[in-house]
Design a protein around this ligand. Structure first.
Ligand code: SF4
Length: 234
């Protein structure tokens, strides 16, 4: 199916319904994490997003206060010895990759006095910043509604609205557009969190809890006759 036909199938009412159901579910089921408390600095929010990549939020939740205490600013992070940084990151895994990203990004940010560039193009030129972190920076630091599109968000959107076409979510035009369209402009941050919590607690990768799911009556992935999920790529 071409992209235009695919967009046509996703009407505004279905998006609105998805937003309403998910916002209601989130009100009752949201997870509490240190980076979701109102007093987090922009530095802390971006560090949390770097640490969260490819790692469970529950794992990062216990590690995050320690890390922020050790490294309270871009400057402190940029001046640490890389061996020490690797050792500190070891408990959450991927320490080589994370230490490299954090070291390079913090060095660039310390030189900039902690100020992020304004445009997406300039932000993506910062070392260690790809599409996901650039979106996080634009959303948390510049109040732009941007999707935190990772494999978890992709899974929920694909199951509910229909599948993407390309393997790499960063380049799939359908998923990129859809993830922007589902975000309510006035509370994008909370809605991103809602989708991520929903992906973790209900629309799980291996065994989604479809029978408990508030979205099932309009979900493409749910088999309405048999009451079980259809076997599709997730
Ligand atoms: S019905 Fe199942 S597959 Fe569809 S959104 Fe809910 S949990 Fe996910």
């Amino acid at each position: 199916m071409n992209i235009r036909k695919k967009y046509k199938r996703i009407n505004k009412l279905k998006i609105k319904w998805f937003q309403t159901q998910l916002a209601h579910w989130f009100e009752l089921n949201n997870r509490k994490f240190p980076w979701r408390e109102g007093n987090c600095s922009k530095y802390q929010l971006i560090i949390a997003e770097v640490l969260l990549q490819r790692t469970k939020a529950e794992t990062i939740a216990t590690f995050f206060p320690f890390f922020i205490k050790q490294y309270p600013s871009w400057k402190s992070l940029s001046s640490v010895n890389k061996t020490k940084l690797k050792k500190d990151l070891k408990p959450i895994g991927l320490w080589k990759r994370r230490s490299d990203t954090l070291k390079r990004l913090s060095t660039a940010m310390a030189k900039r006095g902690g100020r992020f560039p304004r445009t997406r193009g300039e932000i993506e030129e910062l070392p260690g910043v790809g599409q996901y972190i650039a979106n996080a920076i634009l959303m948390f630091c510049q109040d732009e509604p941007q999707p935190l599109l990772d494999m978890n968000m992709a899974r929920v959107l694909e199951r509910f609205f229909g599948q993407r076409q390309l393997a790499d979510i960063r380049y799939d035009p359908y998923l990129q557009e859809l993830s922007r369209r589902v975000l309510p402009k006035n509370h994008a941050k909370e809605f991103n969190w809602a989708i991520l919590d929903f992906a973790s607690l209900i629309c799980k990768a291996r065994k989604p809890l479809c029978l408990k799911c508030p979205l099932k009556i309009r979900c493409q992935y749910f088999d309405h006759d048999k009451g079980v999920v259809l076997v599709k790529r997730s």
